[in-house]
Ligand binder design. Structure first.
Ligand code: PLP
Length: 379
């Protein structure tokens, strides 16, 4: 049997173990230390917008702390992009608040600015102004930051920018994660760089970062004994994990180049095949890290072949692919939540498929993918 080709698997650069070894050698095996400071510094330099980064245990923890810092409490409403991974929305429920879901636009697959404004107007008319907006750069594609932020500013609602999939992506030359009041990153095992598990909160001010670190380390007051005036969390990144992150920062730009090359491979493969479109930047304002390459399969133009047929054919060749994120408003757990928009995210889910996109795929892998696609499309 051929080796499995994964959608997106960890890709170490080589220097990660040196930073981890340093942590062992100096006995910094703790949720603080020089690797944590160094990783935060590397991210701040990389993002290049005078931001303040707090390294945390996960991207989900970063969203949760973001909501806490913005004062989201039980009974509040928080607007969230429907087409996303559940980790964008779950922390709203951790706070006892209610997610209000918004449809996508077809250009970026991200939050539709018109549906967002419609939702805000209607929620205010119903008596509750939303406390925050969670917008997502899905698969590395930037959301329309100008339009989304204009609506947020018009109604004075803070934004959490879920940049878990978009480290290194840019909108109008500015890095994703730096547009909103609070940005979040993830370094989970399948992301563009990984620390095996981890995340970060990206703050516009030092006060916000300090607040996040305070909550993430059990909200200890400044006292010689353990004293607490607020509820705390154990959400800080460890110095061991941050060592992997420092090594990964050295290869981040290479990973982006390689992921973008995978996207080009698919663009080139599908360019003369009717019925399949590759998810691509709508114009030059957008620069995606192409964390995952994705396609839409229109069965009316492929002789009835669906994305599910393709997924099964690839699976038979030991090649992993996956349907797009199932929108949150269609999830059993959120089926009773308010939703604004049409059926764009629903039809993306119906026809969309993510293809192997890892920065560690080689020519041999691409040849196998090409052969499996050839066989399926009778090319
Ligand atoms: C991965 C991901 C998260 C959560 O990050 P973790 O580090 O896995 O907790 C949040 N939002 C999106 C869009 C993601 O893809």
């Amino acid at each position: 049997m051929n080796k499995k080709i994964w959608l997106s698997s960890p890709h170490m650069g080589g220097t990660e173990q040196r930073y981890v070894q340093e942590a062992f050698d100096t006995n910094w095996v703790a949720p603080l230390g020089p690797n944590v400071d160094g990783f935060e510094h590397d991210l701040e330099t990389y993002l290049n917008q005078n931001v303040f980064v707090g390294a945390l245990s996960s991207g989900t923890a970063a969203i949760h702390l973001g909501l806490i810092i913005l004062g989201v409490k039980a009974g509040d409403e928080v607007i969230c992009q429907s087409m996303t991974f559940s980790a964008s929305a779950n922390p709203i429920k951790y706070q006892g608040a209610t997610p209000v879901f918004i449809d996508s636009e077809s250009e970026t697959w991200n939050m539709c600015p018109e549906a967002l404004e419609e939702a805000i107007i209607d929620r205010i008319a119903k008596g509750k102004k939303p406390k925050a907006i969670i917008a997502v750069h899905l698969y590395g594609m930037p959301f329309n930051a100008e339009a989304i932020l204009a609506v947020a500013i018009k109604y004075q609602i803070p934004v959490i920018e879920d940049s878990a999939e978009a480290l290194g992506s840019k909108y109008k030359g500015q890095k994703c994660g730096t547009f909103a009041d609070i940005g979040i990153l993830s370094f989970n095992g399948n992301k563009i760089i990984t620390t095996s598990g981890g995340g970060a909160l990206v703050a516009k001010t030092k006060e916000i970062k300090d607040k996040a670190v305070f909550f993430a380390t059990q909200s200890r007051d400044d006292a010689p004994h353990y004293q607490h005036s607020e509820i705390g969390y154990n959400y800080r990144m460890s110095n061991i994990v941050a060592g992997i992150g420092r090594g990964q920062m050295e290869v981040l730009d290479d990973h982006i180049t390689l992921r973008r090359a995978m996207h080009d491979f698919y663009v080139n493969y599908f360019k003369d095949l009717t019925g399949v479109t590759v998810f691509t930047e709508p114009n030059t304002d957008y620069y995606s890290n192409h964390w995952l390459s994705a396609i839409l399969v229109n069965p009316e133009q492929t002789g009835g072949k669906t994305r599910e047929d393709l997924r099964l054919a690839l699976d038979a060749a030991n090649i992993e692919s996956r349907p797009l994120w199932k929108p949150m408003h269609l999830q059993p757990i959120f089926s009773n939540n308010p939703y604004y928009g049409g059926t764009i995210s629903e039809s993306l889910f119906q026809n969309g498929l993510c293809l192997p996109s890892g920065s560690n795929l080689g020519n041999n892998d691409r040849n196998r993918i090409k052969a499996a696609l050839d066989a399926f499309f009778l090319k």
